[in-house]
Design a protein around this ligand. Structure first.
Ligand SMILES: NC(=O)c1ccc[n+]([C@@H]2O[C@H](COP(=O)([O-])OP(=O)(O)OC[C@H]3O[C@@H](n4cnc5c(N)ncnc54)[C@H](OP(=O)(O)O)[C@@H]3O)[C@@H](O)[C@H]2O)c1
Length: 255
């Protein structure tokens, strides 16, 4: 049974993993045996996150780059090629939120949210999949969606469009890459306690809404996404492709 979920000998890139969900997923994959590559926009916070994993005895390295910058992503992959680093697993986790009603939303903010939450997954996965296909080794792509991959809420229109796009991009990836033994799937987290939601947690009305409308009656924790991420990154999911698994405490199951 352990072999099904064993990531020993695999290298995983987790974007946006200096903190929050990304860091928890990177630590989870490392616990399952993977070498992990951490990423974020800032070299200092990425280095700090790498040292936290190093201190626990895990094999981790880091590289800061902006996932929306195609050249920066290509440079990172070219450097890993030179260093002999072969990426078997990509978790497209980097993301941002920006709350404003659609009628007030500037095009530049719409574009920033779409680029960071959706286009980045195309940019990073394209580089990874080109190499997985050329090596003939297959691989794993795990895209991070959201409840908004399925349902809309006011003030997060660009984010909703991006995360809905993640669900369909995941299917497009599996349509093109499954024959090369690449499994592309997504995780749709519910409301999880991270920096992204700090203002919402501190807003008593929103906090009460989260607790009253979710059948689990609580926020989720980043580590509660680890089991699904390890499953989708491991041999256990070798015939699972193009799916999005919601880890939301049951939220989407109820009205
Ligand atoms: N928290 C939730 O309730 C929730 C629910 C559903 C889905 N999600 C999704 O889960 C993912 C992680 O969310 P989180 O709550 O952990 O967010 P977070 O705590 O705000 O962390 C976001 C991470 O993404 C990185 N990032 C942002 N823009 C980037 C860019 N252009 N290039 C590289 N890295 C970038 C950040 O890097 P820096 O540290 O350098 O800023 C940070 O490491 C996102 O895709 C989010 O949409 C979250």
């Amino acid at each position: 049974m352990n072999q099904l979920f064993n990531l020993s000998g695999r290298t995983a890139l987790v974007t946006g993993s200096a903190r929050g969900i990304g860091f928890a997923l990177a630590e989870g994959l490392a616990t399952a045996g993977a070498r992990v590559i951490l990423n974020g926009t800032r070299a200092d916070t990425v280095a700090d996150a790498v040292s936290r994993l190093d201190a626990k005895g895990f094999s981790a390295q880091g590289r800061a780059f902006d996932v929306t910058d195609e050249q920066a992503v290509a440079d990172a992959f070219a450097q890993w090629d030179k260093d002999g680093v072969k990426i078997d697993i990509v978790i497209n986790n980097a993301g941002i939120q920006f709350r404003k009603p659609l009628v007030e939303l500037e095009l530049s903010d719409w574009q920033r949210v779409i680029d960071t939450n959706l286009t980045s997954a195309f940019i990073v996965s394209k580089q990874a999949a080109q190499r997985m296909i050329a090596r003939g080794t297959g691989g794993k792509i795990v895209n991070i969606g959201s409840l908004t991959s399925e349902a809309a809420r006011a003030t997060v229109g660009a984010y909703t469009a991006a995360k809905g796009g993640i669900k369909m991009l995941t299917r497009a990836m599996s349509a093109e890459w499954a024959a090369s033994n690449i499994q592309a799937n997504a995780i749709g987290p519910g409301y999880i306690l991270t920096d992204m939601n700090q203002a919402l947690v501190e807003n008593a009305a929103f906090d009460a809404w989260v607790k009253n409308s979710n059948p689990s009656q609580r926020w989720g924790r980043p580590e509660e996404l680890v089991g699904t991420a390890v499953f989708l990154a491991s041999p256990a999911s070798s015939y699972v492709n193009g799916q999005i698994i919601y880890v939301d405490g049951g939220w989407l199951a109820v009205l």
